[in-house]
Design a protein. Structure first.
Length: 279
């Protein structure tokens, strides 16, 4: 059975249409969705794409509600609109979802949250929505909220966004590697953006291989033209990125220049990310 990652934010209105249909889609297509909560709001803010709330964007807001209403009717379920929007407790709603996914009750929480939001007008992560859902799931409210607000969950939830100043791929990667959240990491993995058939199995393959390296170590996965599809570094500053023409060789040369006389294990695999590769 194929797995498909379902990235969502509680607070996205159109996600209601997906949540209400997702199990039937799984059954009809013999697939399994892996639920992945994240903060779409942070991305929208950084893109200066503010949710269209009235009065300045009333026409768009009105269209959104009418569109959701029509689509819900077409799919055969109810949507009482307008629903409370935007959410006052957007972040908390999604932090609870992350906690729930970790503990095994996240899907039920998300479905119940959306039903109450769009069928009863009860805003997510506020009362009475919270108390009703926690009771339904047999969760202790105070304990659950404390865990959802913990540093561990916040780290899982936060998206690290780094501005690309337009100086090219290698400069952007070096900026990212210098970020405090990455510079102190044990290892980092850099995937090129043009790998349309990349799957979680490929990612796991890379992670497993860099874990097996004698540290410090480097993993290079080259493509057909000698470029680098994946570069894994442990630690992150072991070499400087050298993406571009013939970068597979360049990455190994960079290592040689920067670490003269030092033996650093390399896994220099000629692997192409396609449907039949790796796994």
């Amino acid at each position: 059975m194929k797995e498909i990652e379902f990235w969502y934010s509680i607070g996205s209105t159109y996600t209601y249409l997906t949540v209400e249909r997702i199990f039937s889609v799984e059954k009809e297509n013999n697939v399994k969705f892996i639920w992945k909560p994240f903060s779409v709001r942070q991305i929208m803010i950084e893109m200066e794409n503010v949710p269209f709330t009235p009065p300045p964007k009333k026409n768009k807001s009105d269209y959104m509600w009418r569109d959701i209403e029509r689509r819900a009717k077409f799919y055969g379920f109810e949507a009482k609109v307008p629903a409370p929007y935007p959410l006052k407790e957007f972040d908390l709603a999604n932090q609870i979802a992350i906690l729930g996914m970790n503990e095994g009750w996240g899907i039920e929480y998300v479905i119940s949250t959306y039903k109450r939001w769009f069928q009863e007008g009860k805003e997510p992560a506020t009362e009475p929505n919270l108390t009703e859902i926690f009771k339904e799931l047999n969760l202790q409210k105070e304990e659950t909220l404390n865990k959802a607000k913990s540093t561990e969950i916040i780290k899982q939830y936060e998206v690290i966004s780094i501005i690309d100043e337009g100086n090219g791929t290698n400069a952007a990667i070096k900026t990212a590697l210098a970020h405090e959240n990455l510079s102190t990491a044990d290892s980092v993995v850099i995937f090129q953006g043009d790998l349309p058939q990349l799957t979680s199995k490929h990612v796991n393959f890379v992670v497993d291989n860099i874990r097996d390296l004698e540290l410090p170590g480097v993993l290079i996965i080259r493509n057909d033209d000698g470029g680098t599809s994946v570069l894994a570094l442990s630690p992150p500053n072991i070499i400087e990125p050298a993406f571009g023409s013939d970068s597979g060789k360049k990455h190994k040369d960079v290592k040689t220049r920067n670490n003269p006389g030092q033996s650093i294990p390399f896994c220099n695999s000629s692997i192409i990310f396609s449907e039949d590769s790796l796994i």
